[in-house]
Write a protein that binds this ligand. Structure first.
Ligand code: SF4
Length: 206
């Protein structure tokens, strides 16, 4: 039997998490009638594709605007708000660039990063491992949020008033610190509790 692999797919960062008809048809092409698809809480679909056709299917998905990510202990694609006030005002290009830089990086445990275009916070950045909130022309960076469990917690403000470049650098360096110093399968919020906040700040060169 043909081996299948699981892949996370979405329509990229846009005004809301949407898929058009061509994208849905392309995904359905690789599904049998009795197969179903998993919609995750992280604005991704999990699809299973034949391993021996992986590259050509990813190319085909790309042609209709689908973006593919690995499943497992990687940085997830950015969970975003719907950018209701407009692409530029809410920093969609910054969200896209950040996503390009970090999504799919291997980490000790699945890492969730959220972006929200204004302080209303529809992208729920405070409940993510790493959360970005656009504040007028700058960006605030939160870390350590935990959405699940009865010990759920909101993240704390690590850095504020960042430019886009400072934001990219800070997030990339925090992820590198976690990759290099996190224990196997240590969740990010536990890593943040174990490593002192000031120690993290000392390591950052932004
Ligand atoms: S966070 Fe702000 S910009 Fe984004 S969808 Fe909510 S209200 Fe709109």
């Amino acid at each position: 039997m043909n081996e299948k692999i699981k892949m996370a797919v979405n329509g990229g960062i846009d005004f809301g998490s949407r898929l058009n008809a061509a994208q849905l048809r392309t995904i359905a092409k690789y599904m049998d009638d009795e197969e179903s698809i998993e919609v995750t809480t992280f604005q991704q679909l999990y699809v299973e594709i034949p391993k021996d056709k992986e590259e050509e299917i990813i190319e085909e998905f790309k042609r209709v605007g689908l973006v593919c990510y690995p499943v497992g202990n990687y940085v997830k694609s950015l969970r975003t708000c719907n950018f209701c006030k407009g692409e530029e005002q809410e920093g969609m290009p910054v969200a896209k660039e950040l996503n390009n830089r970090i999504a799919g990086k291997p980490v000790p445990f699945t890492l969730k990063v959220a972006y929200t275009g204004c302080p209303v916070g529809c992208g729920e950045p405070m409940l993510s491992d790493i959360g970005v909130m656009k504040m007028k022309d700058h960006y605030n960076l939160y870390i350590g949020g935990k959405a699940k469990g009865k010990d759920a917690e909101v993240g704390f403000l690590l850095l504020e008033n960042l430019t886009p470049d400072q934001l990219y650098n800070a997030v990339e360096q925090i992820i590198d610190l976690y990759s290099e110093n996190g224990k196997k399968r240590e969740q990010f919020y536990k890593f943040i509790k174990r490593v002192d906040k000031n120690l993290i700040l000392e390591q950052l060169a932004i």
